[in-house]
Design a protein around this ligand. Structure first.
Ligand code: HEC
Ligand code: HEC
Ligand code: HEC
Ligand code: HEC
Ligand code: HEC
Length: 218
C-alpha cells in the first residue's frame, strides 16, 4: 500500500492521537472526582452575611437551643431563620450600641428583614422535610455538622444524594431519642443499632421503600 503520509507526519499524528486519548482519560477522571468533590457540593464554603453571627457564641457558649431560632424544625418542612425580633429579645439590652449590630437595628427601624445568605440548599427537584427527620430522631449534627462550634456558618456535610441514601438504606445506627436531636454532648452506653431499632419500632418507622426514587423525586 502506498504511503499516504510522510514518516514524520505519521509520528506527529500518533503523538496527537496519544495526547487526545490522554486528555480524554484525564477529563473523565476529573469529572468523576468532581462528582463528590467539595467544589461540586459546596462543602466548607462560608458565604458573606449581613453581620457576623456566631453559632459558636450563641448555640455553643450561651447554649441557646437550636429551636429557639429555627422554630419550624420539628413541625414543618423548613427550619426557618430567626426574625429580627428574636435577636432583639436579647440585643435590645446586650451589646445594644455595638457597631457590629447596626444592620440588626437598621432592620428593626426600617422594618426590613435581614437577608441571610443560604448555606445549604437542595436543587428544586429534590423533596425534603425537616419535621419527619427531627421527629424520627435524626440529629441536626448528622446533616449539618458541629454547628455549635462554628464562628461563621458553613456547609459541613455534602448533603448529596449519596449521603441521603447511605442513611435511608439503614437508618437505625444513626438515630437518637428525638429529645436529644439538638444536643452537642449527647452520649449513650447502649449499642447504637439496638437503640435505633428499638426507637424505630416505638415510632413505627418502616425503612422499606425509603430508597425509592419517588420518595425524594416527584
Ligand atoms: C439569649 C440572648 C441572645 C439572643 C437571642 C441573641 N444573642 Fe447575640 N449575643 C448575646 C450575648 C450575651 C452576646 C455577647 C457574647 C459575648 O461577647 O460573650 C452576643 C453577641 C452577639 C454578637 C457579637 C459578636 C459575637 O458573637 O461575639 C453578634 C453579631 C450577635 N450577638 C448577633 C446576634 C443575632 C444576629 C441574633 C439573632 C439571630 C442574636 N445575636 C441573638 C445574646 C444573644
Ligand atoms: C440565636 C439564634 C440561633 C441559634 C440558637 C441557632 N441558630 Fe442556626 N442560624 C441562625 C442565623 C441568624 C442563621 C443565618 C446566618 C448564618 O448562616 O450564620 C442560622 C443559620 C443556620 C444554618 C444554615 C442554614 C442555611 O441554609 O443558610 C444551619 C444549618 C443552622 N443555623 C443550624 C443550627 C443548629 C443545628 C443550631 C443548634 C445547635 C442552631 N442553628 C442554633 C440563628 C441561630
Ligand atoms: C436529614 C438531614 C437534616 C437534618 C437531620 C436537619 N437538617 Fe437542616 N437542612 C437539611 C437540608 C437538606 C437543608 C436544605 C433544604 C432545602 O434547600 O430545601 C437544610 C436546611 C436547614 C436550614 C435553612 C433552611 C430552612 O430549612 O429554613 C436551617 C436553619 C436548618 N436546616 C437547621 C436545622 C436544625 C436546627 C436541625 C436540627 C433540629 C436540622 N436542620 C436538621 C438537612 C437536615
Ligand atoms: C441520618 C439519616 C437520614 C439522612 C442523612 C437522611 N434521611 Fe431522609 N429519612 C430518614 C428517616 C429515618 C426517614 C423516615 C422517617 C419516618 O418514616 O418517620 C426519612 C424520611 C425521608 C422522607 C420521607 C418523608 C415523608 O414525607 O414521608 C424524605 C422525602 C426524605 N427522608 C428525604 C431525605 C433527603 C432528600 C435527604 C438528603 C438531603 C435525607 N432524607 C437524608 C433518615 C435520613
Ligand atoms: C433519599 C433521597 C433520594 C432518593 C431516594 C433518590 N435521590 Fe436522587 N437526588 C437526591 C438529592 C439530594 C439530589 C441532589 C444532590 C446531588 O446532586 O447529589 C439528587 C440528585 C439526583 C439526580 C441529579 C444527579 C446529578 O448528578 O446532578 C438524578 C438524575 C437522581 N437524583 C436520580 C435518582 C434516581 C433514579 C433515584 C432512584 C433510584 C433517586 N435519585 C433516588 C436525593 C435522592
Amino acid at each position: 500500500m502506498a504511503q499516504i503520509f510522510s514518516r514524520s507526519a505519521d509520528t506527529w499524528l500518533r503523538l496527537v492521537a496519544l495526547a487526545a486519548c490522554a486528555g480524554l482519560v484525564g477529563s473523565v477522571s476529573v469529572a468523576l472526582l468532581m462528582q463528590r468533590s467539595d467544589y461540586r457540593t459546596g462543602r466548607g464554603w462560608i458565604p458573606a452575611q449581613p453581620l457576623p453571627f456566631s453559632h459558636a457564641h450563641h448555640a455553643g457558649e450561651l447554649r441557646i437551643d437550636c429551636r429557639y431560632c429555627h422554630a419550624g424544625v420539628e413541625r414543618a418542612a423548613v427550619a426557618g431563620l430567626p426574625p429580627t425580633y428574636t435577636c432583639m429579645s436579647c440585643h435590645s439590652q446586650v451589646w445594644a450600641d455595638s457597631p457590629v449590630l447596626e444592620p440588626l437595628r437598621r432592620s428593626l427601624r426600617e422594618r426590613q428583614p435581614l437577608h441571610w445568605a443560604r448555606v445549604v440548599r437542595l436543587p428544586d427537584y429534590v423533596r425534603f422535610a425537616h419535621a419527619v427527620h427531627v421527629r424520627a430522631g435524626v440529629a441536626c449534627a448528622q446533616c449539618h455538622g458541629a454547628v455549635e462550634r462554628m464562628p461563621l456558618t458553613y456547609k459541613a456535610e455534602p448533603l448529596d444524594m449519596a449521603q441521603c441514601l447511605d442513611c435511608h438504606r439503614d437508618p437505625a445506627p444513626h438515630l437518637r431519642p428525638p429529645s436529644a436531636v439538638t444536643l452537642a454532648d449527647w452520649h449513650t452506653d447502649e449499642d447504637r443499632r439496638v437503640l435505633g431499632e428499638r426507637l424505630m419500632r416505638e415510632r413505627h418507622i418502616d425503612p422499606r421503600g425509603l430508597t425509592d426514587c419517588s420518595v425524594c423525586h416527584r
